[in-house]
Design a protein around this ligand. Sequence first.
Ligand SMILES: [Fe+2]
Ligand SMILES: [Fe+2]
Length: 148
Amino acid sequence: MITPSVETPGEGKKGLPSWSERYLVNIAEFDDQHRDMFGYLRQIIEAIEEEEKADVALYLLDALAEATVYHFDREEEMMRNLDYPDYTLHAEEHLFLLKELHEFRKRLAQRGGPLREGDLDFLLDWLEVHILGADMRYSGFFNTHGVK
Ligand SMILES: [Fe+2]
Ligand SMILES: [Fe+2]
């Protein structure tokens, strides 16, 4: 059983990460994408727990990375369209997160072998910190501009 490094937030049943209403940014498209990202994380951890599914975990990690790139692109596109004042800072945070994810994937390939318990703690951390921090800050701005 993996133990997420952040204690209560993001934990669903069995201590697995799961989306909850506290992550609502009130933009339907982005809430759906955030929910999917948590879903991938949960599936990855479940796959790690069943050793024969190690390949599945890596496949799911790549799927999460792809979904994350798409999600960040969509958020940034919306910000540019609406002249969101914190665009640059937000986009920089996205870039940093993607770099971390890329580095992690590279380390994993070099190390070989399956994903291990604890490997995903940093991913869960950044997903939470980013949604609850930077993403929350665009919520009111987008809503005021008619995006829901
Ligand atoms: Fe987001
Ligand atoms: Fe974001």
